[in-house]
Design a protein around this ligand. Structure first.
Ligand SMILES: Cc1cc2nc3c(=O)[nH]c(=O)nc-3n(C[C@H](O)[C@H](O)[C@H](O)COP(=O)(O)O)c2cc1C
Length: 323
């Protein structure tokens, strides 16, 4: 049998979690990622982009990793505007979000809200692509209300020079409930003319290996929550091993400390910092012996001193388990 080449792994964009501070720290302490997708930026009603979104894609905050910025847009004017802004910041590839499932977004015809309207997608691409110089990829769900929507969308996308398609095979109405629809992904694989990337619920090497057998044409995978829960997952999938336990614990501690320091420099006040770190630990706790207790210690910490003690305790239990 022909030997398959090493899989490519993309880090999924997760609003509020995979900001530039997180992405840089992940690249430094764990690696194994071929492209980091930044959470979407969007043009506000007044035509401008929020400062926090701009900060996240600025080249000086992203120099050490391959980063693909993502845009949320419902018309060609906004796509052209955002593509130009990103090109001016040094990017030569952008990703268009056709997957965001939240009603606040889809009700405005953004994200997965565009999936029931393939002709609209066609006219947006017809008007925008000739006016932008960078490569464009698309990240999408199967549909807003029904999985069938994806087929017409893919037929439209096939007519355009896109760099790749990323499919998370759930419909928007499911949010994250149920399981990804593997049969639909296989159907889309047959129909799509562009390289197709699989995304959804990969959280262990075993899941990855099963899907790798199932979708044997797919060499590229996007993973989000699985990496937030186990930052070693990409190198575990690629190499089959992780550093020895003491070294692994040290990297996790340094990773945490870098993220804490990064946010402490930009956030206003300790309560914001504690909220940010609580969100971080809601995933990171799964890399610890008792995730529930690990997270509870963080949640209970009412100030930074108590937070620091909770972190010490969490890592103490991690090392205890290791030694
Ligand atoms: C909290 C949260 C925020 C997300 N933000 C984005 C986003 O900004 N852009 C996007 O395309 N997808 C976003 N997603 C979807 C993820 O990129 C990914 O498609 C989804 O989590 C499924 O992959 P996973 O099972 O590997 O996590 C978000 C998901 C979550 C849970």
């Amino acid at each position: 049998m022909e030997k398959r080449s090493s899989p490519k792994i993309y880090f999924a964009p997760l609003q509020e979690s995979t900001d530039h501070i997180y992405r840089s720290a992940h690249a430094r302490f764990f690696g194994g990622i071929d492209k980091y997708f930044a959470p979407y930026i969007v043009r506000q009603n007044e035509g401008i982009v929020k400062n926090s979104h701009l900060r996240d894609i600025k080249p000086e905050n992203n120099h050490q990793n391959p980063v693909i910025p993502q845009i949320l847009a419902r018309n060609s004017g906004d796509i052209i505007f955002l593509a130009k802004l990103l090109q001016e910041n040094g990017y030569d590839e952008i990703n268009w979000n056709l997957g965001c499932p939240y009603p606040m977004v889809t009700n405005k015809g953004l994200g997965a809200g565009l999936l029931p309207y393939p002709e609209k997608i066609r006219s947006i691409l017809e008007e925008s692509l000739p006016n932008i110089q960078c490569k464009v990829s698309v990240k999408m769900r199967m549909g807003l209300e029904s999985a069938d929507e994806i087929f017409q969308v893919v037929d439209v996308l096939n007519a355009f020079p896109l760099s790749e398609l990323i499919l998370h095979p759930r419909i928007a109405r499911q949010l994250y409930k149920g399981v990804p629809d593997e049969a639909i992904f296989t159907e889309v694989q047959k129909r799509a003319k562009h390289p197709l990337v699989y995304n959804g619920d990969i959280d262990t090497p075993e899941t990855f290996n099963r899907l790798n057998e199932l979708f044997n044409e797919t060499g590229t995978w996007m993973i989000g929550r699985g990496i937030l829960k186990n930052p070693f997952l990409p190198i575990l999938i690629k190499t089959g091993s992780i550093p020895e336990k003491k070294e692994a614990a040290e990297r996790m501690r340094n990773f945490h400390d870098e993220i804490l320091l990064g946010h402490s420099k930009v956030l206003n006040g300790n309560s914001h910092l504690l909220m940010k770190m609580e969100k971080f630990w809601s995933f990171f706790c799964f890399a610890f012996p008792d995730p529930h207790k690990t997270f509870k210690r963080i949640k209970k910490a009412a100030n930074i001193t108590k937070y620091d003690l909770a972190v010490i305790e969490n890592f103490h239990y991690l090392r205890d388990q290791i030694s």
